[in-house]
Ligand binder design. Structure first.
Ligand SMILES: *Cc1c(COP(=O)(O)O)cnc(C)c1O
Length: 371
């Protein structure tokens, strides 16, 4: 097979390494690996199969993601973070043996309205200040009592919340949210789960019975400050393509759509076969680095659908066909996200169907990145 120009390499050894790092941070906690959104662009089934023996549970956003996992033969606990909104979804939870988040009174009513012989493991989510999903603290004791009477709700439930600002170690909101959560759930004999990746790393008191890492498992830093390398994480995904043309432009000439870049001297540029049609961000600004060999070359001009151009002035010896790293091993996706006015999550999730996937499983895959 001829390898596609634009491809990702996924390093499953790095994935396992990052699970170990999560365990180092939270040695007393059970790990629920978050693999929603196609496992942050790494492939839902593939990542589930590689993780299921390493962790205590998996989590996805929606029922259809969980059903796909079951149909692919993935066993073990799977939590649906967005819960359900109709009765036939409750039936599917029972049929596929899925765990579910209950985050609203409407869901409690649905659970009260059904009669099934089996029960479902429920994670009761409290909104402690994010104001997205979750029941309000003042509703907690009433809804808890009602759920305790539902015969299809397995007892005891697990209590849950989600942090809005855990990525910012300066921000007191995490402590405030945790205080609300602890007050509401105080004295109740139940397991708890609160921490996403950022909380696991930065807020030790959030490492309770369970933790819910997502981004860190893929080897990317969730923190506003602090690189993956400093945190001991290894990137799982590396995005590559290659140089398909090398040319000289003269002083005063422009490059690309909109003619947004103008040569201030005669310049050697390389054309790379990757663009926003592959998931490379169109809004990456001039100067965003790519890595060729171990040299950085800056992006010039606008990113097109299938191509982008880089300045090769400081990269002597580059040849047609040379491999180009867009992010991953040796060029953190966090840095590309910062250059593009976004967060690493969107870049990972945005890899498109066209991009070929190569899966590796050895430490040797790592050329540039060692801990
Ligand atoms: C996505 C998500 C997580 C994982 O977040 P990361 O920042 O990727 O670690 C945890 N909990 C909930 C409710 C989520 O939606």
């Amino acid at each position: 097979m001829i390898p596609a120009a634009a491809h990702i390499e996924l390093n499953m050894a790095a994935l396992r390494h990052n699970v170990c790092r999560a365990r180092d941070y939270a040695p007393e906690s059970k790990i629920m690996a978050v693999i929603k959104a196609n496992a942050y662009g790494h492939g839902l089934i593939r990542i589930a199969q590689n993780l299921s023996a390493e962790v205590d549970a998996l989590a996805v956003a929606r029922l259809d993601e969980a059903i796909r996992l079951r149909e692919a033969g993935v066993q073990g606990r799977i939590l649906i973070l967005q819960g359900f909104s109709q009765v036939d979804e409750i039936e599917a939870l029972l049929h596929y043996q899925l765990d579910v988040v209950v985050h609203s009174e409407a869901q409690v009513q649905l659970l009260e309205s059904v009669a099934f012989p089996d029960s479902i493991a429920v994670f009761l989510k409290i909104d402690t200040g994010m104001n997205r999903l979750g029941i309000r603290p003042e509703q907690f004791s009433e809804l808890l009592s009602r759920l305790q009477l539902c015969q299809c709700v397995r007892q005891p439930m697990v209590f849950m919340t989600h942090f809005a600002n855990a990525d910012d170690v300066q921000d007191a909101k995490t402590v405030q949210q945790l205080a609300v959560f602890n007050e509401v759930t105080q004295g109740l004999d139940a397991e708890k789960i609160v921490a996403n990746s950022a909380a696991i790393i930065a807020w030790p008191e959030t490492r309770v019975d369970w933790v819910r890492p997502g981004l860190m498992l893929y080897g990317v830093s969730p923190m506003i400050e602090g690189s993956a390398k400093q945190l001991g994480l290894l990137p799982v995904m590396s995005l590559y393509s290659r140089i398909i043309d090398i040319k000289q432009v003269k002083k005063g000439e422009t490059v690309g759509y909109g003619a947004t870049w103008k040569a201030d001297k005669n310049t050697c540029l390389g054309v790379v076969s990757i663009g926003y049609g592959d998931g490379y961000p169109r809004y990456a600004k001039q100067g965003t680095p790519v890595l060729i060999g171990n040299k950085r070359a800056p992006l010039i001009g606008r990113v097109s659908m299938d191509m982008l151009t880089v300045d090769l002035s400081d990269c002597s010896g580059v040849q047609l066909g040379d491999q180009v790293l867009l992010w991953g091993d040796g060029l953190p996706v966090e840095e590309i996200a910062a250059c593009s006015g976004t967060i690493p999550y969107t870049l990972l999730c945005g890899i498109t169907q066209r991009v070929q996937v190569l899966v590796g499983d050895t430490k040797e895959l790592y050329k540039n990145c060692t801990i």
